[in-house]
Design a protein around this ligand. Structure first.
Ligand code: OGA
Ligand code: NI
Length: 197
């Protein structure tokens, strides 16, 4: 929590245990087999466009009510939100998560996770799911911070959190299929704070 506050990002290895890793991957492969992963786009609502030249991943948006196989993950996510509220004084309400697959040869150009109609993304959450990832496989995440470039390897069970409104980042071309669970913790809409505990 201190690192996130001070550096705008934090990496936590082995954030999930083997059991949760296996259940997420099992769910992931079920969705893949059922052809539920769709080409991702950029922009919200009327601005939404599918632009392969900007990002090449395939995603499936999670639904807590429907995707009950992931309940242990959703519980962990709720715990994470509680910790961030308590220790980072963040005002969070709600979240949105998807699973993402980057086929070999794909990437996501440098960007910020906020765009015109979507200014309520406060924290980006990435859980990487690439067992046996090794240098040369590519698909590293580059964090651009001041004049530094920080390279994050997308290794299985690693958590990366960063502030969505300040950290520009990029996914380098992956040489092998690359798996992740990605989400955003959303800022509490102004004016309704008193209604929420
Ligand atoms: C994104 C994104 C990074 C990653 O989905 O906005 O930047 O490492 N993902 O998958
Ligand atoms: Ni992003």
């Amino acid at each position: 929590m201190d690192q996130l506050s001070e550096n705008d990002y934090v990496i936590v290895d082995d954030f999930i245990n083997d059991e949760m890793f296996n259940s997420i991957m099992e769910f992931f492969h079920e969705m893949e087999t059922a052809d539920k992963l769709k080409k991702a786009g950029i922009g919200a609502q009327q601005d939404y466009q599918v632009k392969a030249e900007i990002r090449g991943d395939f995603i499936y948006w999670l639904d807590e009510g429907r995707d009950v196989a992931l309940k242990p993950f959703f519980d962990l996510k709720d715990e994470l939100i509680q910790s961030l509220k308590r220790f980072c004084y963040l005002s969070l309400s709600g979240s949105e998560f998807h699973i993402a697959k980057y086929p070999a040869g794909s990437y996501y150009h440098r960007h910020l996770d906020q765009f015109n109609e979507r200014t309520n993304r406060q924290i980006t959450v990435l859980i990487y799911l690439n067992k046996d990832w090794k240098p040369g496989n590519g698909g590293e995440l580059v964090i651009y911070k001041e004049d530094k470039e920080i390279l994050v390897e997308p290794i299985a069970k690693r958590l990366l959190l960063f502030k969505s409104d300040v950290i520009e980042h990029e996914v380098l071309t992956t040489q092998v299929p690359r798996y992740s669970l990605t989400g955003w913790l959303l800022h509490q809409p102004a004016g309704i704070g008193f209604l929420l505990s």
